[in-house]
Design a protein around this ligand. Structure first.
Ligand SMILES: C[S@@+](CC[C@H](N)C(=O)[O-])C[C@H]1O[C@@H](n2cnc3c(N)ncnc32)[C@H](O)[C@@H]1O
Length: 301
């Protein structure tokens, strides 16, 4: 059996809920690539009890986001946001899924900070980090919850001049996006979206092509996150605390999947259907998972 066939068998065993058995299968090829070694270890550690999600450990997400490949995308996102802030000088801004706030802080440092900033973030630890990251420039209003919850509870304020959603709306399934995107379009004059142009086929999480594609991408991703300038401890945290839950979360079927990515063309169609009238691609950044794309959607005031 090739290493890929073994990985494939381990993934199918995992999806049946036989986590310990999946770990043992994966361990047979652990010497062949770090992807298998990390997978075997993560599966063994989580063979009992609840599987952690990719955002459960804020320090793991922060370590991942400062790794070289993700850092490239983060820097492009910050630069695109900084350019837009300078062009449009928005007074009121909403950030959906702010994460650790580094993208925002770097963009604000380029010159323009909105007078009012609302942060929506379900992880209380990440929300605290985000508010702290921008605190020398603006005191953010914090909403500790999902954007779905925020949409239900947001007070009827004047519109936001700019909504920023970087790699966060992928966490909403199709039905949730069909509720949230019209909310953002009706309450925001423009939306700067960062998402992967994800070629992953829709449908069955255990589709053979999808397992193959994910496997091949993660071989590259694990290599690119090896030799982190931040040191071995941070690298280990990024891989075990973020990349592994993201990888295996993709093989869970149903609502527990960690995200619902799609091609950028589908995002653009959804943004137009939601009420934005002008939707353009502003930048494209090569990334091991798939191209990261920065899209600006606007509507008349
Ligand atoms: C890949 S991270 C991106 C963080 C940040 N925007 C950045 O670009 O660095 C995705 C973020 O979305 C948040 N998130 C997950 N589900 C969400 C939801 N339903 N509503 C809002 N944010 C969500 C996660 O907690 C996480 O902080």
């Amino acid at each position: 059996m090739s290493a890929f066939e073994t990985f494939h068998e381990a993934v199918r065993t995992f999806a049946l809920g036989r986590i310990g058995a999946a770990s043992r299968v994966m361990a047979t090829v652990a010497g062949e690539h770090e992807l298998y070694a990390h997978s075997a270890r993560w599966l063994a550690e989580h063979a009992e009890g609840r599987l952690p999600g990719p955002y459960d450990d804020a320090s793991a997400f922060a370590a991942y986001r400062t790794g070289v490949p993700s850092g490239r995308l983060r820097d492009a996102g910050s630069a695109a946001l900084a350019r837009l802030l300078i062009e449009r000088r928005p007074a009121r801004m909403l950030d959906v899924g702010a994460g650790d706030g580094v993208v925002l802080a770097r963009a604000f440092a380029e010159g323009v900070t909105p007078a009012q900033l609302t942060l929506v973030e379900p992880s209380s630890d990440l929300l605290r980090r985000a508010a702290t990251a921008v605190s020398d420039r603006v005191t953010a209003v914090r909403f500790n919850g999902t954007v779905q919850g925020f949409a239900e509870r947001a007070p009827p304020l004047p519109p936001w001049d700019l909504v920023h959603a970087s790699l966060s709306l992928q966490n909403l399934d199709t039905e949730e996006r069909a509720r949230v995107l019209p909310f953002l379009a009706s309450r925001g004059l423009s939306l700067l979206l960062v998402e992967f142009d994800c070629l992953r086929p829709d449908g069955d999480a255990l589709d053979a092509d999808r397992i193959r594609w994910t496997h091949d991408r993660y071989l590259i991703g694990m290599d690119e996150h090896t030799g982190s300038p931040l040191g071995a401890e941070q690298e280990e945290r990024a891989k075990q605390g973020f990349l592994m839950p993201m990888l295996f979360g993709g093989f869970l079927t149903g609502r527990s999947a960690p995200n619902y990515e799609q091609p950028i063309a589908a995002w653009i169609d959804e943004l137009m259907a939601a009420g934005f009238t002008d939707v353009t691609e502003r930048a494209r950044v090569p990334h091991w998972w798939s191209d990261g794309v920065i899209v600006l959607a606007s509507r008349p005031a």
